[in-house]
Design a protein around this ligand. Sequence first.
Ligand code: ZN
Length: 83
Amino acid sequence: MKVYPREKVVDPVCGMEVSLDDPRTMVSKYKGRSYYFCAQCCVRVFEKNPQRYLKAKGPFGRFLVRLVNTNVKVFGRAGPPCH
Ligand SMILES: [Zn+2]
């Protein structure tokens, strides 16, 4: 029996947590790394300007994560209305 890790990663565009084993999760490859997204629209936004979304590290990145958590409260698990 194959075991699928219930690994969670963060969608770098909208900051939502996505599960690697969720069939709705989209993947995009950039510079040999895989990035995961909640929806096709986030992939499109990312592929237009990947650098912009990969820089969110450090204090500002943590600020973004807080902001996103607030968004999740406001918009629910569906995330920001990007669809
Ligand atoms: Zn997203």
